[in-house]
Design a protein around this ligand. Structure first.
Ligand code: FEO
Ligand code: CA
Ligand code: CA
Ligand code: CA
Length: 605
């Protein structure tokens, strides 16, 4: 392969088997520190977690629920809070800020006595809103393993109560104005925070994914047909969770514009604890999985993202101005001045990025767009009108730093009919998902991620390679007999990370329907073992795996175990589900693990 030669074997770990039980699983020779669990204290003076006395003020001082995306941001040894320039070039792998999304809440697993998901008391709604969002927490590697630094001045919770700015072309637009915010440029909080990305200028990008379920109401009660269709596409409905009863801005009959203030990418500066997060409207509004960047000195920044919905599109943003290493003030403007594109995957393996610019092509007044704000607020509709390809639920889209190609995780789409298949979405009733490889023009290392053309190919098809129905059969590598083990196959790719050797690490969300736990699979992207996965980590029952993230030295791998015990009709009170504490006094808790090799060598070697 083209990976760096480190003198250690590549992906030689002893594969773990497919399985399904109440524990997490790692290869022989690895250990996992349970680093952060829902309710763990972040602020000085916050004691051990006691779910019986949890209130919103307590939750604001503690790690949130359903951990998802993870960014490890190194801390320079000698710089304090605010030392953004120093920290953002540090490669310290033993002390840093862990920046973790909290995607959503599950009251039946958080509070005793609930069996249904919804209809929650005012007090519990306030706890839920404080358990969503994001955590910034200082962590350090000690002789006993990784641990959080409780009371660090960097520690911070972002919740639905955190004040944020809205920036870019949609900021201040009439469709973003509310009774509480006539400016249309100030909003409280973020929700549905799924995956994300990092910038080389020391900030973190947080996606707003399934925000629609936070809003209650009937879109058909809205007189404006453009707005009614907009609210429908995000799943706003009368029988959604009942936050609107207790917090009126989540009731669209009271505040019809509040949903337009969600569904964006949010940028956070974790090295500056006093900084106000900002929603970046240039990156469009949809069910954002995440956005990941390609930054080459002297060239515009390219950023890739997915819209995790059935038959939704893949997006790319290109900044107008070039990336300048070390120039924080300049680089902070790169994501607020540029062009958003959506992808068209053609049958012959080529593709085109279609600009979503007001006045160009169909994005005009005849189709109901008043201005660029409308194009960005209704990016889904703009992308379809421009001719972008409807995909099988695009999740993470991320670029391999070693071969400079970009990979698209397509998690699944059971609703695709046989007459709706195309080369990039080749399977009807796609239950296992697939991965595409995007190859921008140019040689490895000098590929042009700002170009409006690309080549693409199918990297792998998820599912069992020996499935009886050929349409459901997985396809990995060159499919030589015996090339993939009985445990190397998986389904429903969701998040992806690359290690320093260019290996791809895929986290899954949906393997339990195939009879085994979700988890992590690792594979080469080049050479003889290209696209031949090996099974590295298995989740406890009910959980999906999110947020794989390596330290710069490749010796620690952080993973998010999300919604353990979220299977069947399990509740807070179910004694069978108690991961990871196995304490009868504690419910199951989503948790972040820090995985290391016991001999201290590279993960996966
Ligand atoms: Fe929150 Fe697309 O997974
Ligand atoms: Ca998730
Ligand atoms: Ca995800
Ligand atoms: Ca998912």
């Amino acid at each position: 392969g083209r990976g760096k030669n480190t003198g250690e074997e590549n992906l030689a770990f002893a594969e773990i088997p497919h399985g399904l039980d109440g524990r997490h699983h790692l290869p022989e020779g690895y250990s996992a520190d349970i680093l952060l669990r829902w309710g763990d204290p972040l602020a000085a003076g916050a004691g051990p977690f006691d779910p019986a006395v949890l209130n919103a003020a307590e939750q604001e001082r503690r790690f949130g629920y359903n951990n998802d995306f993870i960014a490890f941001m190194p801390l320079d040894h000698d710089a304090g809070p605010g030392g953004v320039d120093r920290h953002s070039v540090s490669r310290n792998s033993e002390r840093g800020l862990l920046c973790v999304n909290h995607e959503y809440t599950q009251p039946h697993l958080m509070f005793s006595g609930y069996s249904g998901e919804y209809s929650v008391s005012a007090e519990h709604v306030a706890v839920e809103q404080a358990a969503c969002g994001h955590t910034v927490v200082e962590i350090e590697k000690t002789a006993g393993g990784w641990r959080p630094v409780v009371g660090s001045p960097y520690n911070r919770r972002i919740t639905l109560n955190t004040e944020m700015d809205i920036v870019g072309p949609a900021a201040g637009d009439s469709r973003l104005q509310t009774a509480a915010d006539p400016s249309g440029a100030r909003v409280f909080g973020t929700v549905g925070n799924c995956a994300g990305g990092k910038t080389p200028w020391g900030t973190v990008l947080i996606a707003e994914e399934g925000f629609g379920s936070a809003f209650q109401g009937d879109p058909d009660s809205i007189a404006d047909p453009v707005e009614a269709r907009n609210h429908h596409t995000f799943g706003i409905a009368p029988d959604n969770r009942n936050w609107g009863e207790h917090d009126r801005r989540f009731d669209i009959a009271v505040e019809p514009n509040e949903p337009n203030r969600f569904g964006w990418m949010v940028e956070l500066a974790p090295y500056d604890p006093a900084s106000r997060p900002r929603k970046l409207t240039n990156l469009g509004r949809f069910v954002h999985e995440g956005f990941t960047l390609v930054c080459k000195p002297g060239q515009p920044v390219a950023a890739y993202g997915g819209d995790d919905g059935i038959e939704k599109c893949v997006y790319k943003y290109v900044s107008r101005r070039p990336y300048r290493p070390g120039d924080f003030a300049h680089n902070r403007q790169l994501l607020t001045d540029g062009t958003l594109y959506a992808a068209r995957f053609d049958e012959n393996g080529s593709g085109r990025w279609l600009p979503l610019v007001f006045g160009e092509g169909p994005l005009t007044a005849e189709n109901g767009f008043r201005n660029q704000a409308d194009v960005l607020i209704d990016a889904r509709r703009a992308a379809k009108l421009a001719g972008a390809t409807p995909m099988d639920r695009p999740e993470d889209v991320e670029t391999n730093p070693v071969n400079d190609c970009t990979y698209v995780m397509l998690t699944k789409n059971k609703k695709r009919d046989a007459d709706e298949t195309d080369a990039a979405n080749p399977r009807p009733r796609n239950t296992a998902g697939h991965v595409l490889e995007i190859v921008p023009p140019g040689e490895n290392g000098r590929r042009d991620h700002t170009s409006d053309t690309f080549q693409w190919n199918t990297f792998l098809l998820g599912g069992n390679p020996n499935a009886e129905d050929p349409r459901e059969r997985g396809a990995y590598g060159e499919q030589r007999p015996g090339s993939i083990s009985a445990h190397g196959w998986f389904a429903c790719p969701d998040n992806v990370a690359f290690d320093s050797r260019g290996n791809m690490w895929i986290a899954t969300d949906g393997c339990e329907r195939f009879g085994f736990h979700d988890g992590l699979w690792a594979m080469a992207t080049e050479g003889e073992r290209r696209a031949l996965p090996k099974h590295f980590f298995g989740c406890p029952r009910g959980a999906e795996l999110c947020g794989p993230e390596f330290t710069p030295d490749g010796k620690t791998l952080f993973v998010s175990v999300q919604h353990p015990a979220s299977d069947g009709d399990s509740t807070f009170d179910n004694p069978l589900h108690r991961w990871p504490d196995n304490d009868p006094a504690l419910p199951p808790r989503p948790a972040v693990l820090a995985i290391r090799r016991k001999d201290g060598k590279l993960i996966g070697s």
